[in-house]
Every structure is written in structure tokens, then in C-alpha cells.
Design a protein around this ligand. Sequence first.
Ligand code: GLA
Length: 492
Amino acid sequence: MRGPRLLTTLLLAALAGAKYIVPGGRWYDTDGNLISAHAGGIVADKESDKFWWFGEYKTESHPEGGGVSVYSSSDLATWEYHGLALAPIEGHEIISPRHIIQRPKVVYSKASNEYHMWWHADNSSYGLLLQGFARSPNISGPYEFVSATAPLGNWSQDFGLFTDRNTGKSYALYSNGDRAEGRDVYISSYNDGVSALDSVVYRFNKFDLEAPTIVQTDRSYYALMSHKTGYRPNNVVAFRADSLEGPWSQPFMVAPPNTRTFNSQSGFTLRIDGTKKTTYLYIGDQWDSNSIWESRYIWLPMTIDDNKRTLQLEWHDVYDLDVKTGEWAPVRGTTYYAASNHARTSGTAFKQEANFASYGTIATGIYGNDSTVTFEGVEGAGEAQPQWVSFYYQNTDDMGFGDQPGGTPDRIGGAWQLRRIASVVVNGDVENVQTLYQRDTHKGVILSTPLLLRLRKGHNNTIAVGGLYNGFDVKGADLDRIVVYPPEREGR
Ligand code: GLA
């Protein structure tokens, strides 16, 4: 397996100048390992002047029960791993490797002068529905288990934690399970020490939503939540209110319908109070239920208009965020269209009319390694400087294929394929096939997904896209265009 190993080496070398935020990309820590901090939360810690990211730790051999990982960063783009903040304990009644330790959040408690971690604590069948509590004198841990409790006697599944910037008071956010008696989302206030809950502040009654998070502007609170489709994405909604007690507005979608929130689930939001600008980030998960440890992260700026009372996620393939000033800007790339003569098809691949695609044309029939689309004449910056390339595609596995398994979420009893995997070969180098994961979109919905590639300097690069085996066939998704981004700048 020379290919993958070489690929890892190349990616490692690419990490040094990593400064952009690239939603849905493979994100590596400063040791060169995939960042594993799913469904977590980020603490902006004044003392260390760093961001600390806590999340569910999942590896190929331990997709569940891995405990809580912690990473730190000064720029939200370069992350250093600090190990497990909460490690599973063999034989423990709540945090054994066979227990569910999900959606961890950390908050500083003035009263105890310690950091408190809270999470959804459960057994593997979601039969306990408790809130776990652990604490540590250091933000990075290790955290010591304290208790797992039923919040004010209720059930608790997906867990979030919100601290009001005006009052400093913290609140637990939780959905209370799938049973008919549950299906609510609660906002409950903590005591001053953030060591126990005081009272219910608001209940989103019977909306049957989960994965809650609250973002606070100067005038509003917006509560984001997802529908309940397990690890499959859906259209995340938000509610708005002047006060946490409500009244809360009707829910509304936060991303274009049918993109399923750009293939992500809500879970956390981060407000960055820069010297020049306040920026609100959506911190979502792009779950991969076929291999959960490979799940990715969708972090996007949110556009909030308190006059219109709207909140929208803004998709950007690649953006540059300055956490000090709070400013961010999309990075501009060069686009190559499937419709153009510079995109050559082979084998069964062909260009087809598609009124929703660029220039009314999409490339389809991409299959195996002999039915490909090759973009020619692609400009590169040189192999020493890897570049993010976004592939805009349509994956219609939601269409249903009769005798084929799955692929039919829009019919009774249907299930999704979840994703196709395309192969990407640069300049004919078949020893280094890159894997492009293309999640289901929807008919007529084009989304993008990025890869970090090394292109030669000059205008003569080729990027060939074929289909790889992904569990059921060797089809790649339909291609609309690719966008090649400039290499990341060194330093700031
Ligand atoms: C939803 C929840 C996750 C996890 C999965 C399991 O996505 O939000 O936290 O529990 O379901 O299916």
C-alpha cells in the first residue's frame, strides 16, 4: 500500500502553513493525525489565550466509547492534540469503553475554580439518558468523573451548554429522548457553580428536535437544532427570542432547503468578539455513518440580521479567519467547468443537459477508472505548496434504483447510500489515488467537497475524476465544476 502511506507523508508536509478553514476537508492536528473531536464544544479561554476544542474521540478501532479528546489552537485552524480530557475507564458504570460519552461541553466554574465538563451519558442502547459531570483544575484535564444524573428528573439525550454573556449564567440544553412522553428540547439553568441544575427556563414542546446550541447576539438569542435522523443530515432549524424564557419564534431553516444544512448536523456555535468585527461560527458535524471515525466538520460563518430576525449559514469552500480582529474573508479560487472543452470525458462518462448546473451541463456516467472526467490545463502553484481543490457535484442516490440496496430515502422504507467515493488522480499519477467522499445531495442540488492536492507549477495540470468502490458500486457523483484555491499563506 505505497499509495496511502505516501499520501500521508505528503499531507503531513502540508500542515505547516495550515491557516484556512475548509469545511468538510480532512483536518489534521499538528502531529499529522486526523482531528477526532466530534459533536463537541469550544472554550475561548482567557487565561491561556487559546481556544480549547473538546469532542467525542473516535478511531477506526474505537468508533464509540473513546472518551473525550481535547485540542488547543490560537487561530481556530491549527490544532494541537492534548490527549483524552476524559478517558474511558474499563468496568466503570458510566464511562466504560462500552458507554456512550457524547456531545461533551466544558465550562469554567468560578465557584470551584475548576473546569466542569458535562455530556450526554448513556449505555449503548440509550437506555439511561443522563447528564455526565466531571471536573478538572486544568482546562486540558484529565477530568475526574463526578456523577451522572437525570436533569430535574427528566431524560436527557443530545446535550448542549450555553453561557449568557450578559449575566455569566450557564444553561444546559437537552433533548429528552424519542419516547412520546419526551420529544422536547429544554433550556435549564445551572446553579452558580455550574455543578447542578436549578430550574427549567424554557421547553421547546414536542418539536422532536435534537443537537441544540444557542448563539447570542447583542439583541437576540438564536437556538439551532436538527431534526432526528440519527447520523444522516437534515435541515437544521433555528428559533429566535429576546430572552431565554421566550417567547421563541417559529422555527426556520438556516441553510438552503434540500442541502440538508450542507450535509451537517448542528451542535455548537461560537461567537468571536474581534477588535473589528463580531463573527458567529456554526460548528457542525458531517457524520459519516459508514465509518463514523471519518466524520468531518462543517464550520461556517453565520449571517445574522437582528432587524429581519434571520440567521443563515454562508457556504464557503475555503475562508480565512482572523480571530483577533474577528474578520474573515472567503478565499478566491479559479473555476474549471465540466461544461467546458477543457473537461474531457472517457468511457461511459458524458455531459448531459442539466438546467440547474453551470452552463446548463453536468458530467455524469463517471464509473470506475476508465469512465472519467479529466480537467485539463489546470493552473498550479508548484508541488511544494499543496492547494485545496473543491469538487462541485450532485449525488442523486436519493433517487432509488429498484433492485439495488438502499439509495431510496424518498420512498417508504428507503435508506440512503450516504456517499459515493470518487477517485482523483493528478497528472496521471495513479500511484497516488486520492479518495473524494461525495455525500448524497438531492436531485438538482449541487454541493462541494474539498481535497488537498499538489499541482505542478504552471498551466498544464490534469485532474481526473473516476469512481471507486464504496460498498456497493464504483460510481462517482455527477460533476459540475472544480475550484482550485491558492496555497495557504505562511503565518499572518
Ligand atoms: C444523533 C445525535 C448524535 C448521536 C446519533 C446516533 O445524530 O445527535 O449525538 O446520538 O444521533 O444515532
